[in-house]
Design a binder for this molecule. Structure first.
Ligand SMILES: Nc1ncnc2c1ncn2[C@@H]1O[C@H](COP(=O)(O)OP(=O)(O)OP(=O)(O)O)[C@@H](O)[C@H]1O
Ligand SMILES: [Mg+2]
Length: 239
């Protein structure tokens, strides 16, 4: 059973759908990336999966639990967490307080979990009493990821976790993402940087104009003419 399964999902902000009939699954312990041009619907899909937007058709499953109609705020406690691209930390709270907030939906003692997370995210450990607003952009992104891990999720959805970061810090963030997958969690990442998306993912979906007709193992996708696909000329690859 996949960690996350979306089946025939259609969604948008008003009457007109932005994403149409998207099916995608994320296996436990693997990284799946979504790439595609600006406005293709990548973030819209991420928001729909995590319950911020409602799917007008289709089904979303976390393991064997159907979350399609579940209110968004209840979803994290069932193992699905989301790290948005922007405004993903509470800037006036310290690192430790941000992690505490992340633990609200968790069961049991979260102190031990926080220490475990801080032992992995060493930069954050050094800054644990610092206000999040004083961290660098990369550290804030790491904090947002760390916070989402407080509930010991089975699936984590990240929207452009390395946008605007230096190459060196992008490496740091991707190392953590790979580590999260290695611990058994299913990871879904929206990634602008195609090279990174192919390098770090097991499976890749290409979104173009609200659809994901092209998808496959990273090793297969790397061989395609991505420029043509991004421009909506997917047939160019199927000669
Ligand atoms: N809050 C909103 N209300 C109405 N339309 C929106 C809203 N957010 C996004 N859209 C529209 O939905 C479409 C898809 O946007 P989305 O943000 O999902 O794309 P994306 O693939 O994540 O793009 P990017 O690579 O720029 O992040 C765009 O046409 C966008 O204008
Ligand atoms: Mg986006």
């Amino acid at each position: 059973m996949p960690a996350l399964l979306a089946e025939n999902v259609t969604a948008g902000y008003g009457r007109t759908p932005i994403i149409t009939d998207i099916s995608l699954s994320v296996e436990q312990g693997t990284v799946t990336t979504i790439i595609g041009p600006n406005g293709a619907g990548k973030s819209t899909f991420a928001k729909t999966v995590v319950g911020i937007l409602r799917a007008s058709t289709g089904r979303i499953m976390v393991g064997d639990l159907d979350i399609t109609r579940m209110p968004g705020h209840q979803i994290p406690r069932h193992g699905l967490v989301y790290v948005p691209q922007n405004d993903n930390v509470f800037k006036n709270l310290t690192v430790r307080e941000n992690l505490e907030v992340g633990g609200f939906a968790a069961k049991g003692n979260t102190d031990a979990r926080m220490e475990e997370i801080l032992s992995i995210f060493t930069d954050l450990n050094k800054a644990r009493e610092k206000k999040a607003g004083f961290l660098s952009g990369g550290q804030q992104n790491l904090l947002a990821i760390a916070r989402s891990l407080m509930v010991e999720p089975s699936v984590i959805v990240l929207d452009e976790p390395t946008a605007g970061l230096s190459p060196a810090y992008t490496d740091v963030v991707w190392n953590q993402i790979e580590r999260i997958a290695a611990s058994g969690t299913g990871v879904l990442v929206v990634e602008q940087n195609v090279e990174r998306a192919l390098k770090h993912a097991h499976f890749v979906h290409i979104f173009v104009a609200g659809s994901n007709h092209v998808h496959g193992l990273a090793s297969e996708i790397v061989a395609l003419d991505l420029a043509a696909i991004f421009l909506g000329r997917a047939e160019a690859n199927r000669s």
